[in-house]
Ligand binder design. Sequence first.
Ligand code: SF4
Length: 349
Amino acid sequence: MPEATLLDLPLDALRERMVESGEPAYRAGQIWQAVYRDLVISYDEITTLPTRVRHELKERLPLRLPMAEDAQESADRRTRKTLLLLADGERVETVSMNYDDRRTVCASTQVGCAMGCHICATGRSGFTRDLTPGEIAAQVLHVARDLKREGGRLTNVVYMGMGEPFANYDATLASIRTLNDTRGFGLGARSFTVSTVGIVPGIERFAREGLQANLAVSLHAANDALRERLLPINRTHPIGPLIRACRQYVERTNRRITFEVALIDGINDSPTHARELADLLRGLLCHVNLIPFNPVPGIGWRRSPGERVDEFAKVLERRGVPVTIRVSRGVEIRAGCGQLRAERAEDSS
Ligand code: SF4
C-alpha cells in the first residue's frame, strides 16, 4: 500500500498534523480550500502558505495526483475515458460522462478486481491492490479540473469503475466523506452512488452509515444458477440473503435501490427472466436499470437486440417495477469496465 498523501487525510487529521508540526491549525483550512475548491495541482500554487511550509509539506505529506497516460473520447465527445498512472506505476480507469445536465465521474476503487465477474474485462484480469482514499478522490478531482477548464462543474460521482467498492469499504467511504465535506469540495451526499456486485456485509454496513448516498446493486439475474454463471460472487452471497439485505437497507434508510441488469443475448433476456425479476423485487422500493451489455474481448456473449430489451422492460412495467433502459455510452471508446487498462497491459507485454 502506498504511503499516505495529503488526499488520504480528512480535514481534522490534517489539522492535527499541522499542529503537531508546530503550525497553526488554520493552515489546514488553507490547504484544504486550495486543493478541494481551487483544484490546485501542486503546493507551489498555494501562495497563502509560507515557502518553508510548502517545502516541508512536499517532503512529509506529498500532494500526489495521478498522471493521465491515455484518454479516449466518444464520437459525440460526451464520454471520456482516461487511464491514470499512479505513483507506484499501477493504472486505473476513470470515465467522465456528460449527459442530460449531469457531469458524472465513474471512479475506480481498486486496481483490478477479485470478483471475477464473467461480464467484465476487469474481472478477467485479476486483482492487484486496493486504492487509497486519496487515489479514489484524486480521480474525481482530475475530472472536476477538466470540467472547470471547460467552464463546467461536476454534479455526480458513481463508484462503478474498476473494483468492488465494498471490498475496499473504508477507503471508498473515506473518499465520499472527504468529497462531501462542505469545507472543501462539498458535493452533496445524494450525488454519490456506490455500486456493488452484492457484498451483503457491505450493504448492511452502508445502511448504518447515516449517509444520503445512493446504492446500486449489479443483479443481472434473478435466480442463483444463472447469476452464478455470470457473477461467481453469487456463491458467497446468493440472491436470498442479498435481497434480504436490500430490503433491510430500504427499511433503515428509506432510500430507493437501483438494480443494474445487463441484458445478454439469449442468456438472461427472455420474458421469463423478466417475470422472475419482477417477482423477486415485488414490494421493494427500487428501480431497475437495463444496461446494454458491453461485449468483453474473449467472451462470445453479445448484447440483447433492442426489441428484446423493450419487451423485457414492458414485462417489468406491467408488474409494477419501475424501469429505465439505459442508452449505451462509450462502447465505441471501449468504456466497458477495465477494457482500456487491459489493452494497455497487452501493449506493454
Ligand atoms: Fe469487479 Fe465490477 Fe468487474 Fe465485477 S463488474 S469484476 S465487481 S469491476
